[in-house]
Design a protein around this ligand. Structure first.
Ligand code: NAP
Ligand code: ZN
Length: 354
């Protein structure tokens, strides 16, 4: 995409094109392999908040967050094969990679050393990427997803990050065997989708939460089998050694010992949350229980498409609070306090029509 950008392009996102009289035109620069997308909805991931507040220490302001987009194709480049104008599509966390390395060749673009993230990243020519809190984006077709017809745009948008982030480790680490017991630590955007996926895989699912108020919803609305509050020592003790797998989505620094203690022999703890400081890893329970601790980062494009199709088949969507763009600062404050049921999604179109 960057190599196609006109010298008259005044916006580093390659989004806005001005003609010779410097009058904005409704025209977005689009390379041969690019898809121009009008964004309809964009989810608000906790990573957006980490980056907006520079909690990871590598934010390069100005930043336009957003990596859970659903939109409509407005234009395709001459070499685009997968998409047509008018189709509904999705864009997630990455918009580029080298396409040549071992990871890219194995459909693991998310682990390419040259991954280009949807925002707070750079294209190969050095220009910055800006994300989905916006009305349009231009993306190389390799990083665009078909959006299944029966998935609603609002509830489906968060699958582009939250969905694939929990689906990929469940598949890779073999956490899908029906009848096994999955613990989901942190009932937020990622966690609530993990509960639904766990149930779709036929697992027994227990939510492990710091918020006692989420119990009824976790069981009655999201379909979890049971609920543990980490601050309840009696219940935590009763659950020791009962889980086969735990997926840890907690966004803040937290102790791993209580989670490792919930695992059975050979249990697996996979962490996907990205707190701003390192977690302490207790070695004794790992060694004595032959337990495994792993990590996982979103998923490749092929697997993301597989995940969307899986969700469409099983009727899995995120539970969302649809907001207008002008609510985003309040939404971020509420997200920081775990006060969202369970994903904010920006309705971009209605935000623009006053
Ligand atoms: P979220 O909606 O804010 O959910 C995080 C949950 O963590 C909260 O709902 C809360 O659950 C729990 N939590 C928060 N603060 C806590 C604390 N101080 N102590 C204990 N529990 C706490 O966030 P999200 O969008 O799901 O993202 C979760 C994390 O995953 C973030 O760090 C994000 O950056 C990361 N992430 C990673 C990837 C990846 O590819 N690996 C992709 C996307 C996001 P309870 O109220 O139930 O305790
Ligand atoms: Zn995300």
């Amino acid at each position: 995409m960057p190599s196609k950008c006109s010298t008259k392009c005044l916006n580093q996102t390659h989004k806005v094109f001005f003609d010779s009289r410097s009058v904005p035109r409704a025209f977005w620069e689009n390379g041969d392999e690019d898809v121009t997308i009008k964004i309809l909805f964009c989810g608000v991931c906790h990573s957006d908040l980490h980056v907006a507040k520079n909690e990871w220490g590598f934010t390069n302001y100005p930043v336009v967050p957003g990596h859970e987009m659903v939109g409509t194709v407005m234009k395709v480049g001459s070499d685009v094969k997968k998409f047509k104008v008018g189709e509904r599509v999705g864009v997630g966390v990455i918009v580029g990679s080298c396409k040549k390395c071992e990871s890219c060749q194995q459909d693991l673009e998310n682990y390419c050393p040259q991954t280009i993230f949807t925002y707070n990243s750079h294209y190969t020519d050095g220009t910055k990427t800006y994300g989905g809190y916006s009305d349009m984006i231009v993306v190389d077709e390799r990083y665009v997803l078909r959006f299944p017809d029966n998935l609603p745009s609002e509830g489906g948008a968060p699958l582009l990050c939250a969905g694939i982030t929990v689906y990929s480790p469940m598949k890779y680490y073999g956490m899908t065997e029906p009848g096994k017991h999955l613990g989901v630590a942190g009932l937020g955007g990622l966690g609530h989708v993990a509960v639904k996926m766990g149930k779709a895989f036929g697992l027994k699912v227990t939510v492990i939460s710091s918020s006692p108020k989420k119990e009824t919803e976790a069981i009655e609305r999201l379909g979890a089998d049971s609920f543990l509050v980490t601050s309840d020592p009696a219940k935590m003790k009763a659950a020791l050694g009962t889980m086969d797998y735990i997926i840890d989505t907690v966004s803040a620094v937290h102790p791993l010992l209580p989670l490792l203690s919930l695992l059975k022999l050979n249990g697996k703890l996979v962490t996907v949350g990205l707190p701003d400081k390192p977690l302490e890893l207790p070695i004794f329970p790992l060694v004595l229980g032959r337990k495994l601790v792993g990590g996982s980062d979103i998923g490749g494009m092929k697997e993301t498409q597989e995940m969307l199709d899986f969700c469409a088949k099983h009727g899995i969507t995120a539970d969302v609070e649809v907001i207008r763009m002008d609510y985003i600062n309040t939404a971020m404050e509420r997200l920081a306090k775990s006060d969202v049921r369970y994903r904010f999604v920006i309705d971009v179109a209605s935000s623009l029509s006053q």
